[in-house]
Ligand binder design. Structure first.
Ligand code: AMP
Ligand code: ZN
Length: 473
C-alpha cells in the first residue's frame, strides 16, 4: 500500500486550517464549480482552476486516489445572482444570432483548450447541466416533499426560512439577513434570499432550452445543478468542494441549503476557496477593465505556462494582482528554470536513489504543499535546491521531476542542452589527422596541422576527453 501523508487545508466552513481526513481511506471526492460557457474564461477564472489543479495533484502526491468532478454550466445561470436578469447563454444567443447549443459547445472547447495549455489535469468527470435535468427535477421533488419549496408566479422557490442554518458558510447571521440590506428584485420571493429552483416564467418569453417538469415546462435555477450532479457522482456526503470566493455568499450558500435540506445531513466536509485575481480596477471580471484571456497573453508572446508559474507564485488564499510586469518576472524565472534543466539534462540522468540531503529538499517541498498548498514556499525550496552544490546533477533532476508532478511545468519535456560544435567538417578532419600523426610520433606533421588550424581561426587543445577546438577571438 502507498504511504499516505497528512495534509492540512483551510476550511471556509470552520474558518481555520484543518487536518484533512477523508471519508473513505485513501480516496478523495472533490467537486469544483465549472465555467458558465457563454464566453471565454478570463485569466481570473483560470487562476481558480489552476488552484484546484494544484489541490488535485497535491492530494495525489499525498497518496490519495482523487475523483474530481466538474460541471459545465450551459443553462440557468442568470446575469444577476439574485435570480434577476436573463440566462447568460440566452442573452449571448440573442446578441450573436447563434444557437445556445453552438455557443455552449464553442466556449466549452475553448475552455478545455485553455486548461490543456495550462497543464490542468482534466477532472475525472465533466458533466453538463443540460445532461442532468432529470437529476435536478428529482432533487427539487425531494425538497418539495419535505416542505422546503413554494411556487409563486410560475417559479419554484427554495424557502430559506424552512431551515435554521442558512448562511453558515459565509458566517451570515440571521439578523443581518433580515436587516433588509438585500431587497428582492423578484416580488414573488417570500424572503429576499429565497432562490429559484425551477423557472417556468421567464420575462424573456420562450427560452431555447426548456424541459417538461411537474411544475411546467421550463428550466432549472443555477444552484440546483451543482447539488444534483455532485451527489450523483460523489455521493450524498463527499470530501471537498471548491470554487472562487465569490461563490461563498450566494451560490455555495444556496447549494448547501438545498443539499442538506434534501438529505437531512451534512453534505461537504471541506470547503476550499481560491482568492481573486485583481487588475487595476479590482477583481478581474468580464465586465470591468481589459477582458484578459489566455489567448490574449499568448498573442503577446507569453507561454501559457508563464501564467501558470505566475499563479504558483501566490498563495491561493491571497489576492494576486495581475500586471504584465509581474508576468514578465514569471516568464524570466521559468526560462531560467528551463535552461537549468536543459543543462542538467546534458550532464546527467535522473538519479534513482538520492542522498539524505537531496531527500530533505523533497520533504520540505512537499511539506509546504501539504500545509494548505503553500506553493510560493515550495518554489523557494526548489530554487534553493538548484543552487546547492552539495547534491549531484542527477539528484537535482530526479528532485525536479518529483516536484513537477505538482508544479506541472513540463520539465520532463525540456530537451538537453546541445553542446555547440566548434569548427566545421574540414577542421575536424585535420584534428583527426593530427591525432593520427601524434600517435605515429610524427610531431612535425602534427605541428603543421596545428598551424593550419590557427590560420583557419581555431586553436586545438588536448583535454583528457580528447582534442577540442576553440575559436580564436
Ligand atoms: P464563472 O464562469 O463566472 O462561473 O466563474 C468560474 C470560476 O472563476 C468560479 O469559481 C469563480 O468563483 C471564479 N472567479 C471569478 N472571477 C475570478 C477572479 N477575478 N479571480 C479568481 N477567480 C475568479
Ligand atoms: Zn456550483
Amino acid at each position: 500500500a502507498q504511504r499516505r501523508l497528512s495534509m492540512k487545508l483551510y476550511n471556509t466552513m470552520d474558518r481555520k486550517v484543518e487536518e484533512f481526513v477523508p471519508i473513505e481511506e485513501g480516496k478523495v471526492g472533490m467537486y469544483c464549480c465549472g465555467p458558465t460557457v457563454y464566453n471565454y474564461a478570463h485569466i481570473g477564472n483560470l487562476r481558480t482552476y489552476i488552484f484546484e489543479d494544484i489541490l488535485h495533484r497535491t492530494l495525489e502526491e499525498a497518496g490519495y486516489r482523487v475523483k474530481h468532478v466538474m460541471n459545465i454550466t450551459d443553462v440557468g445561470h442568470l446575469t444577476g445572482d439574485g435570480d434577476d436578469g436573463e440566462d447568460k447563454l440566452g442573452k449571448r444567443s440573442r446578441e450573436t444570432g447563434k444557437s445556445v447549443w453552438d455557443i455552449a459547445a464553442f466556449y466549452t472547447d475553448a475552455f478545455f483548450a485553455d486548461e490543456k495549455a495550462l497543464n490542468i489535469k482534466r477532472p475525472n468527470v465533466v458533466c453538463k447541466a443540460t445532461d442532468h435535468i432529470q437529476d435536478m427535477i428529482a432533487l427539487i421533488k425531494r425538497l418539495e416533499e419535505k416542505g422546503h419549496t413554494y411556487t409563486a408566479g410560475g417559479n419554484v422557490y427554495f424557502s430559506i426560512d424552512t431551515i435554521d442554518d442558512y448562511g453558515k458558510l459565509a458566517g451570515q447571521k440571521q439578523e443581518d439577513k433580515l436587516s433588509g440590506a438585500r431587497i428582492a428584485v423578484d416580488g414573488n420571493k417570500r424572503n429576499p434570499q429565497d432562490f429559484v429552483l425551477w423557472f417556468t416564467n421567464s420575462k424573456f418569453g420562450e427560452q431555447a432550452m426548456m424541459w417538461d417538469s411537474p411544475w411546467g415546462r421550463g428550466y432549472p435555477g443555477w444552484h440546483i445543478e451543482c447539488s444534483a450532479m455532485s451527489m450523483k457522482y460523489l455521493g450524498e456526503t463527499f470530501d471537498i468542494h471548491c470554487g472562487g470566493i465569490d461563490a461563498i455568499p450566494v451560490h455555495h450558500t444556496n447549494e448547501i441549503a438545498q443539499s442538506e435540506a434534501a438529505t437531512g445531513h451534512k453534505w461537504v466536509n471541506y470547503w476550499c476557496h481560491g482568492e481573486f485575481l485583481l487588475n487595476d480596477k479590482g477583481k478581474m471580471s468580464k465586465s470591468s477593465g481589459e477582458f484578459l484571456t489566455l489567448p490574449v497573453l499568448v498573442g503577446h508572446g507569453y507561454n501559457a505556462l508563464d501564467y501558470r508559474y505566475f499563479c504558483l507564485g501566490g498563495h491561493y488564499r491571497t489576492q494576486l494582482k495581475f500586471s504584465y510586469e509581474a508576468l514578465d518576472h514569471a516568464k524570466s524565472a521559468r526560462e531560467r528554470l528551463n535552461s537549468m534543466v536543459a543543462e542538467l539534462k546534458a550532464k546527467a540522468k535522473p538519479e534513482s536513489t538520492i542522498s539524505e540531503k537531496a531527500e530533505s529538499y523533497k520533504d520540505s517541498f512537499f511539506a509546504a504543499l501539504f500545509n494548505d498548498l503553500r506553493c510560493p514556499e515550495a518554489l523557494a525550496v526548489m530554487w534553493k535546491m538548484l543552487k546547492d552544490n552539495s547534491i549531484t546533477e542527477g539528484e537535482k533532476l530526479s528532485l525536479l521531476y518529483s516536484m513537477d508532478k505538482v508544479l506541472g511545468l513540463d520539465l520532463d519535456k525540456i530537451e538537453a542542452k546541445k553542446e555547440e560544435k566548434v569548427g566545421g567538417e574540414e577542421e575536424w578532419k585535420l584534428v583527426e589527422e593530427r591525432k593520427q600523426a601524434k600517435a605515429e610520433k610524427n610531431y612535425q606533421r602534427a605541428d603543421e596541422i596545428r598551424k593550419e588550424l590557427e590560420e583557419r581561426g581555431y586553436i586545438v587543445k588536448d583535454t583528457p576527453q580528447g582534442p577540442i577546438l576553440q575559436k580564436i577571438v
